[in-house]
Structures are given as C-alpha cells and as structure tokens.
Design a binder for this molecule. Structure first.
Ligand SMILES: [Zn+2]
Length: 246
C-alpha cells in the first residue's frame, strides 16, 4: 500500500475538522479526517478505499499528529473493573493489506465468488438499513459477485453469510481490529474491537477544546489573533501558555 508520508494535522486543521464534523456520523467524520490527512487524493478515491485502507490512513494521520502510542481503556464485561491497554499505530499498520479494494476469487459452498473489501460507500448504504441482518445483506450484495447467477438469487443461509463475511475480513484484516484483553482483577479474557475512527475523533475533540482555551488565554494576555496563536508550533504555544499562567 502506498502509505502517505504526512506531517500531521496542524492546530488550525484540528479545529476545522472538529468544527465541521462534530455531531456527524462516524463515516462522515472518517472521510473528513481523510480529506485533511490526504489532501492530494480526490474525494471519490477516499470513498472507495476499503475500511482497512481507510483506517490505515487514519492510523498514519494519528501517528503523525499525536504520536505512535495509543492508550486505550476497556471495562471488564465480567466484573466491570477498568483496564488500560497500549497499542502502537506502527504495530497496527503491520496488519494493513494492499489487496482489499480489488476483486478476488474464492471458493465457498461449491461456488466460485468474486469478493472485494467493503468501502465507505458500502458502509453508508448499510447504515441506512433497519437492522443488523439487513445491513449485512447489503454489504454482502455489494461486495460479492457470483459468475453464474445474480447474488440475490442465492439462498443466503446464516452459514453461507458467515463464511463469506469471514472471507471478506481475510481480504481486509485491518477492517476490524480485535484486541485480546485479560482482566487483572478477575482473570476474565475477552476480545474488544478497537475503532480508530472513534478513538481519533475523541482526540480531535479534546485537542480542539484545549487549543481554543489556549487561544482564549493568549489572546487576552498578549493580544494576538487566533491565526497567529494557531500558527505557532506546539512547543512555542505551550511555553507562552506557561508564562501567561505564571
Ligand atoms: Zn474482570
């Protein structure tokens, strides 16, 4: 995968993204982040990246903006004890596949199928479905072709759906990041899904609030404009914040 070599989102970009994306659907928030992280890519291309390709770009943008280390938190489903865990963007990027967006032939249930990894458009179509089963059918019908018959004519047994969904995940391993956790308090072991869109968006939200508080402080103390304050490096801005507070 030709992974972009981003320098990270600027302070002004972080605030723009937060302002435009607050309260919107996570699919839109992800595309908005990509528009800023990959400014040279046409919007059509961003929409056609598989979920795994999309998330690889988001992990890169996150690493270059906030650093490589991710500190996650989960509550034990057995005893509710809180558990902190660490991930690395670099490590997760090692799971990224270059194969997701093209059609691949697989054999399943005696038939030959063409599969491709779901992209943002497929997820948007599925998001409009009334329930999870219908959403899964929409994804499968968009991402699976059968050479001899229309996919809709097939008897979609639960087994066939699950098998084909599993083949889709193999094509795009980064699409669902599962983390193995073990509770330190009760020993319960479980898997949790790490959602980079949700995680990165929360960080954008928190960073925006902090940046605007810094703008407010420095504008009042020194009379600088928002553009001037956001244009500073983080190091310089935080030195002034320290002096303004002392
Ligand atoms: Zn526990």
């Amino acid at each position: 995968m030709a992974l972009s070599n981003s320098t990270g989102l600027s302070a002004a970009a972080v605030i723009d993204i937060w302002e435009q994306g607050a309260g919107r659907h996570p699919l839109d928030q992800a595309l908005l982040l990509l528009r800023y992280a990959c400014p040279d890519e046409p919007f059509e291309t961003l929409c056609e990246w598989t979920v795994g390709e999309r998330d690889a770009r988001l992990l890169e943008a996150r690493r270059s903006t906030f650093g490589d280390r991710i500190e996650g938190y989960a509550a034990c489903p057995a005893c509710c004890n809180g558990l902190e865990f660490e991930l690395s963007c670099e490590g997760l990027l090692g799971l990224a596949s270059t194969r997701g967006s093209t059609w691949h032939k697989v054999e399943q249930a005696g038939y030959s199928w063409d599969l491709r990894g779901p992209n943002s458009r497929d997820l948007a179509a599925a998001a409009a479905a009334p329930d999870v089963d219908r959403a899964r059918r929409i994804i499968l019908s968009r991402c699976i072709r059968n050479g001899t018959a229309a996919v809709d004519e097939f008897d979609w047994t639960d087994e066939l759906q699950a098998a084909l969904a599993a083949r889709l995940s193999e094509l795009d391993p980064l699409a669902e990041i599962l983390i193995d956790l073990t509770c330190a308090a009760c020993g319960h072991a479980w898997q949790t899904v790490f959602d980079i869109v949700n995680f990165f968006w929360n960080e954008i939200h928190l960073r925006s609030r902090r940046l605007l508080q810094e703008v407010d402080l420095l504008a009042r103390v020194y009379g600088w404009t928002e553009v001037e304050i956001l244009g500073m490096t983080d190091q310089r801005r935080s030195l002034y914040v320290g002096m303004a507070l002392s």
